[in-house]
Design a protein around this ligand. Structure first.
Ligand SMILES: Nc1ncnc2c1ncn2[C@@H]1O[C@H](COP(=O)(O)OP(=O)(O)OP(=O)(O)O)[C@@H](O)[C@H]1O
Length: 266
């Protein structure tokens, strides 16, 4: 990788008492990439995700985002620096419309200069700008036609799209997706795959943690595989699919993992 990475996981270790959840994890994500973090249950994916988003401080190492040392920042400061995340559980305001959900998100993030807040004409211009941006974001995630519906009335897959819209309302340069297609049916998953590509084409780098192997293989430029908290393989989907250490990691974990191993191999 020639250009400076947008995200660097720099020899990160996390311990919970005597348990090593992650050991010496080191990988980079380049600007514009779609990278997936995979691994069997308990491999340390969620722990790594929580370190990257500031919810957990590493016991060792550091995380750099655009060259800045992230481990010292609080989650809201990380979001302000341009690194957004989605949550496994949808976190929409169910009683508000889809449009208002996004508008509230934009208001939270935008801090207009004092003059824009106190001069009525400027305040109106700012509000118009945010409303236009909310419409753009809904267009991007494919929910423009549902803008006036209550977020709580949408189907599960669509609510997760609102979750992505809320993350995009922070105007991120990188988006971390936590098991974004879990619980989705095949057609919802396909919609989501197209969305991830569209978001990347808008200039947002993507890192996802995901169990759905066919989806991971389809959408990723590169895959990082963990097992027992350690990086065991890193590469393009075709290489990961054929990597003996990856297949072994999934095979060694019982029935459900065996099925996953079959999926990894395609
Ligand atoms: N808060 C915690 N306290 C103690 N141990 C923890 C804590 N969080 C995670 N662990 C342990 O750390 C290891 C890594 O867990 P983690 O949840 O990161 O794995 P994962 O790859 O996300 O698993 P899954 O795919 O099942 O979500 C596991 O052994 C887990 O039991």
């Amino acid at each position: 990788m020639s250009a400076a990475p947008i995200l660097r996981i720099d020899h990160v270790g996390v311990r919970f008492g005597g348990l090593v959840a992650i050991a010496d994890l080191h990988f980079d994500v380049a600007e514009g990439e779609i990278v997936s973090l995979i691994g069997p249950n308990g491999a340390g994916k969620t722990t790594a995700f929580n370190v990257m988003t500031g919810f957990l401080k590493p016991s060792q190492g550091r995380v750099l985002f655009k060259g800045e040392y992230l481990s010292r920042l609080k989650p809201h400061e990380i979001s302000r620096a341009g690194l957004a995340r989605t949550f496994q559980r949808t976190s929409v305001f169910a009683a508000d419309t889809v449009f208002d959900n996004v508008l509230i998100g934009l208001h939270r993030h935008a801090e207009p200069p004092l003059l824009d807040r106190v001069v009525p004409a400027r305040r109106r211009a700012d509000e118009a700008r945010l409303r236009a941006r909310a419409r753009e974001i809904l267009e991007l995630v494919g929910l423009a036609s549902r803008a006036d519906e209550l977020a709580g009335s949408l189907a599960y897959g669509e609510q997760r799209l609102v979750g992505v819209a809320l993350a995009l309302a922070t105007e991120p340069t990188m988006l971390l997706l936590d098991e974004p297609v879990s619980g989705m049916n095949a057609s919802e998953t396909q919609v989501f795959v197209r969305l991830i590509r569209r978001v990347r084409d808008e200039g947002v780098t993507i890192l996802l943690v995901e169990h759905d192997m066919p989806m991971v293989m389809e959408v990723s430029d590169r895959i990082v595989c963990l097992n027992y908290g350690r990086l065991i393989a890193e590469g393009a989907p075709a290489a990961i699919r054929a990597d003996p250490a990856v297949i072994e990691a999934y095979l060694g974990k019982g029935g459900a993992a065996r099925e996953l191993a079959a999926e990894v191999q395609g």
